[in-house]
Design a protein around this ligand. Structure first.
Ligand code: PEP
Length: 247
């Protein structure tokens, strides 16, 4: 059975001093036999994090990358640049990027493709808004978002990580119930299985106010292979407690 994956998403948080204290706290408390662990950090801190986590059991992740390989794209960061800092994972299509940066399904799919081309595992986020859930459109929305990535990536799809993040649960303190989360994860798993005979190896993470109190129950669901954790990844004891729930 594959180990669970717990990935922290620091979003636009951190400072040189705070990062060092947080990572030292995590490394001091981390059991090496634990599940897979990654930290997706702001790009300006990749070099610092690479040095702090060298030789450790924590993998380095980024929060976005350009769909382009290189060139006149001011402000963007390429897969090649992420490679230079030992980045293993890159979040693509986080709902905050879909919402505030108007990222379309097609763009998210192109970013996933670009990450894979550089040997970086994209953590592809999908999820419905509250209005979409209330309109009974949850399955339609997440399937449409994932279909774009499957279409663009073909047989490479078994190399991605998927994160189901209901938008209404992100940073709100509202968590999807275990039943709600498992139901959507099962839908995503079936869609991945139809696309790839190796879909069982794909991690499908849950994200949305996962914390030390609710992690164990969510992670016990058959199709929840880990978590994408925002706020609770910024405190070492909370993040370590989530990791401990994932054994
Ligand atoms: C996220 O940003 O991906 C996330 C799930 O945030 P939070 O855990 O704070 O809801």
């Amino acid at each position: 059975m594959k180990k669970k994956l717990i990935a922290g998403n620091w979003k636009m948080n951190g400072s040189l001093a705070a990062n060092e204290a947080l990572v030292k706290g995590l490394l001091a408390g981390l059991d090496r036999s634990a599940c897979q662990v990654a930290l997706c950090v702001p790009s300006v801190y990749l070099a610092q994090m690479q040095a702090l986590m060298a030789g450790s059991a924590i993998d380095l992740g980024a929060q976005d990358l350009s769909q382009h390989a290189a060139g006149a794209f001011t402000g963007e960061i390429s897969g090649a640049m992420l490679n230079e800092f030992g980045v293993r994972y890159c979040i693509v299509g986080h709902s905050e990027r879909r919402q505030y940066h108007f990222e379309s399904d097609a763009l998210v799919a192109a970013k996933a493709q670009r990450a894979l081309a550089f040997g970086i595992t994209p953590i592809v986020c999908v999820g419905e808004t509250l209005a979409e859930r209330e309109a009974g459109k949850t399955e339609e929305v997440v399937k449409r978002q994932l279909a774009a990535v499957i279409h663009a990536n073909g047989h490479c799809i078994s190399e991605i990580v998927v994160a189901y993040e209901p938008v209404w649960a992100i940073g709100t303190g509202k968590t999807a119930s275990t039943e709600q989360a498992q139901q959507v994860h099962a839908v995503l798993r079936a869609q991945l299985k139809a696309a790839s005979p190796q879909a069982d190896r794909i991690h499908i993470l849950y994200g949305g106010s996962m914390n030390a109190a609710n992690a164990a129950e969510l992670l016990a669901q058959p199709d929840i292979d880990g978590g994408l954790v925002g706020g609770a990844s910024l405190k070492a004891p909370d993040f370590l407690s989530i990791i401990a729930s994932a054994l």
